[in-house]
Design a protein around this ligand. Structure first.
Ligand SMILES: [Zn+2]
Length: 405
């Protein structure tokens, strides 16, 4: 139902009329508990539109959205996909302790084997001594030496005179130590980081240009997470798609008086991509535009250096199976698989969305989405590119041998 236009609000408040005779005459509810509305208006709180313009409250107390878990009675084909159809590279890996010891790597390898994830790219911003240590563990591993690679981090503290030269020198040292790219640059860039002069560090600040130039020169993809889902900037009311998440995690709210707006951050990010066309960027979480693939398509068309990663936005891909299918086919050379938070039992939801035509199945995290998912049924050629081909192409330092053709 559409929301009322502002001009109608005054009338909306006065238009509720108690007791709608026709419904009462049908014996559907006791008198005096309903309301009528005008076309385009919403029912008052606690009521639902049971017939055009006739509102009625339930006769039982309504369950909260936390507890309402209806059983689906839909009987439809089910194709669970525990292992990806083709070996995958997780471009958005966040292993925790697994990279610190051979035992940890072996444990990681066992979990990845069960999913057919052949390679994990650790996007933990690991730089300096920590990177050297982890790469030594990886290189010494008989079974995992070609299955883990690491993105280096950038220390954005104190951006100002002298910062860029230090950052580029550290980047070169980290590449020497084995880093294959940069990332994940976190949302703090743009949202909260400050320059040495105290001002907010904008994503498109020219002081960062030498870093992006170095990434282009060293052929390092830059993996960057900007902002968060746009609902995190909206009022936490009954119309907010992410009400539950915002209520669970108050730190995800971005009040306008404390943070730049969603659109400000998107604009700065787009400037970054435009201003550095020789640098390869991978925007995490489909740039938080999985809910607006037309917008992402425009960006893809305008900026050939842009790639996008799918982690943690499966709920938006799987709720628009036809549009998502077409988007993935059209931009098949620009989309990378990545999972984000390392929870092995969650990967098969991605395989099922990407590989099947299944209808209306559960997603793994209620607080991301109150809806079900549908398979987008990608052709094998597209799956191969999304699962591993695109990551291999844009990350020349990855072990390139042994992948399917
Ligand atoms: Zn991440």
């Amino acid at each position: 139902m559409r929301r009322s236009q502002p001009a109608l609000l005054f009338f909306a408040c006065c238009a509720f009329a108690l007791t709608t005779a026709p419904l009462h005459a049908q014996g559907q509810r006791p008198a005096g508990t309903g309301a009528t509305i005008r076309a385009g208006e919403q029912c008052p709180p606690g009521m639902t539109e049971v017939r055009p313009r006739n509102c009625q409250p339930p006769t039982l107390p309504a369950p909260s959205i936390v507890d309402y878990r209806p059983r689906s009675t839909l009987v439809a084909p089910v194709h669970t996909v525990p292992r990806a159809k083709f070996p995958a590279i997780d471009f958005h890996g966040h292993p925790t302790n697994q990279l610190n010891s051979e035992a940890g790597l072996v444990e990681l390898g066992a979990a990845l084997d069960g999913l057919n994830v052949r390679m994990m790219i650790a996007a933990n911003n690991t730089s300096g001594d920590a990177l050297v240590r982890q790469m030594a563990v990886v290189r010494a591993s008989p079974t995992m030496r070609d299955r883990v690679r690491i993105l280096t981090g950038v220390n954005f503290a104190g951006v100002g005179p002298g910062w860029a030269a230090k950052a580029v020198a550290q980047l070169e040292a980290d590449v020497e130590a084995g880093a294959v790219g940069i990332g994940e640059i976190g949302k703090g860039l743009g949202l909260s980081m400050r320059k040495s002069d105290g001002s907010r560090l904008q994503i498109d600040d020219p002081a960062l240009t030498p870093l992006w130039n170095a990434a282009a020169r060293l052929k390092l993809p830059v993996f960057i997470h900007t902002a968060d889902p746009q609902e995190f900037w909206q009022p936490i009311d009954n119309a907010n798609e992410r009400w539950l998440e915002l209520a669970l995690f108050p730190g995800r709210r971005y009040p306008a008086d404390q943070f730049p707006s969603f659109e400000t951050l998107m604009k700065e990010r787009d400037n970054l991509l435009r201003n550095n066309p020789r640098t390869t960027f991978v925007i995490a979480h489909l740039g938080w535009h999985a809910n607006d693939l037309g917008r992402l398509a425009k960006m893809m068309d305008e900026m050939p250096n842009l790639h996008a990663e799918v982690g943690a936005v499966l709920y938006d891909i799987g709720r628009q199976p036809r549009a998502a299918h077409d988007f993935f086919v059209r931009y098949q050379d620009r989309i990378l698989f990545g999972k984000d938070s390392f929870q092995p039992e969650e990967y098969p939801y991605y395989w099922r969305v990407f590989e099947t035509r299944d209808d209306y199945f559960d997603y793994y995290r209620d607080y991301h989405a109150s809806w079900k998912l549908y398979g987008i049924d990608l052709p094998d050629m597209v799956l191969k590119k999304v699962y591993f081909g695109n990551a291999l192409r844009i990350t020349s330092r990855l072990p390139q041998g042994g992948w399917p053709r």
